[in-house]
Write a protein that binds this ligand. Structure first.
Ligand code: DON
Length: 415
């Protein structure tokens, strides 16, 4: 039922927007290298023009095949055949047997409380939900509203919590089918209290001193588009999908009309290596046959008094996690409205590099100077941090407020 409208959209086309057009201009050399990709995005060898009607008949046919014959069509049918043919044409390794053996796995959600709200989010093989819980559980130990929004003290506490969570991500997280992930311990309040034990109100704890927290057991040996939906009955779906880098690996499957990902980059390719998102790889996430890579995806649903309150999530590699943490804290701690909570400028600390990254126009010069005196390195990014398309449900009247993140071209229906 969800596939049919997508197939219609692919078949009937939609107007090329500014974002797609300018991407195609910027990445022309990269995307034109692959014949099938060039055929989709560069008709007559030119980038799709702004406002041109963009039709994708191959993709529409693929979606209709899947709608008719289910997942097996994708993993074993005509689409699988097209993928393998493309693999052979462009030096890929995936075989028919690999596809037939792949199975989507339903896994338990990660759940925890933050002040008076309950958070339901994604578990391993994403590290998103666990890191989100760790950040918010540590922040819970601080009187956040009292600090004043984006004061040096606020940014300091936020960055210190983020830093500790990301150090643990490297040390403990990976595919739960291959390693034992100590989920309950990592997301517990006791663990947050221990982790927060060396927090100083005055000074930044250097990244090299943060390492990972000590867990009771010995675990070492065992070693991006987001959208939110709520229907009129209050059923909520929080979806993050990823092909990792912009336009994945750039290769489209000829005849099938979709791009292939470069998700292998989410693995630890070699120890201490930094991936595309500058995340440091740890042992639990080393590449192994049949293993799933560690993600940062954090599709999240928040309830208050057992009633749906928020559906949120974001793209952005490691910045997904810190984005979702700030959206929730902005709502719960500062009582911002949903549009403010999403659009407010963000900061990001992922342990290594040991710096606080900010969007432009986030912190005053005085605040940056104060953070520098505390031992932080603060760096303004040119780019954005996250894009958290969300829905907030007003408890007073049950109205649903769809809010798109102004950082990316998007639309939202609020009703
Ligand atoms: O799963 C992950 O964590 C990455 N593949 C996400 C990449 C991403 O968010 C790209 N978006 N800007």
């Amino acid at each position: 039922t969800l596939i049919a409208p997508a197939a219609d959209l692919a078949e009937n086309g939609y107007a090329v927007g500014y974002q797609l057009h300018s991407d195609l201009v910027e990445y022309e050399d990269f995307l034109k290298k692959y014949e099938a990709t060039a055929a989709i995005f560069y008709p007559k060898s030119r980038p799709l023009r702004l406002n041109a009607l963009f039709k994708q008949p191959d993709l529409a046919a693929t979606l209709r095949r899947i709608a008719a014959d289910g997942a097996d069509e994708f993993y074993e049918g005509e689409t699988a055949g097209l993928i393998v043919r493309q693999m052979n044409a462009s030096g890929g390794l995936i075989t028919m047997a690999d596809l037939a053996n792949y199975q989507a796995v339903e896994r338990p959600a990660v759940e925890f409380d933050y002040r008076d709200v309950h958070v339901i989010t994604m578990g391993p093989p994403s590290g998103g939900g666990i890191a989100l819980a760790q950040i918010l559980n540590q922040l819970e130990r601080v009187d956040v509203p009292d600090l004043g929004y984006h004061s040096a003290g606020h940014v300091h506490a936020m960055a210190e919590a983020q830093k500790r969570a990301f150090a643990d991500r490297t040390a403990y997280l990976g595919d739960p089918d291959f390693i034992k992930v100590p989920v309950q311990e990592l997301i517990s309040d006791d663990y947050a209290a221990r982790r927060w034990g060396d927090f100083s109100e005055l000074w930044a704890t250097p990244g090299k001193d943060v390492a990972n927290g000590d867990l009771a057991g010995a675990y070492e040996s065992e070693y991006t588009t987001h959208f939110s939906v709520v229907d009129r009955h209050g059923n909520a779906v929080s979806v993050t999908t990823t092909i990792n880098g912009l336009y994945g690996c750039g290769v489209a499957v000829a005849g099938a009309g979709f791009l292939l990902n470069n998700e292998m980059d989410d693995f630890t390719i070699k120890l201490a290596n930094r991936n595309m998102w500058s995340l440091v790889g740890g042992v639990p996430n080393l590449i192994e046959p049949g293993k799933r890579m560690l993600s940062s995806m954090t599709p999240t649903i928040v309830t208050r008094d057992d009633k749906l309150m928020l559906v949120t999530g974001s793209p952005g590699g490691g910045r997904i996690i810190t984005t979702v943490a700030q959206v929730i804290s902005n709502l719960v701690d500062y009582e911002m409205d949903i549009k403010q909570a999403i659009d407010a400028p963000r900061i990001h600390h992922q342990w290594l590099p040991d710096i606080i990254q900010t969007e432009r126009f986030t912190l005053s010069r005085e605040t940056r100077q104060q953070l520098a005196r505390m031992g932080h390195v603060v760096q303004e990014r040119d780019g954005i941090i996250g894009a958290a398309n969300s829905i907030y449900i007003d408890p007073a009247n049950n109205w649903k407020h769809g809010a798109f993140d102004s950082r990316r071209e998007a639309g939202a229906a609020g009703y």
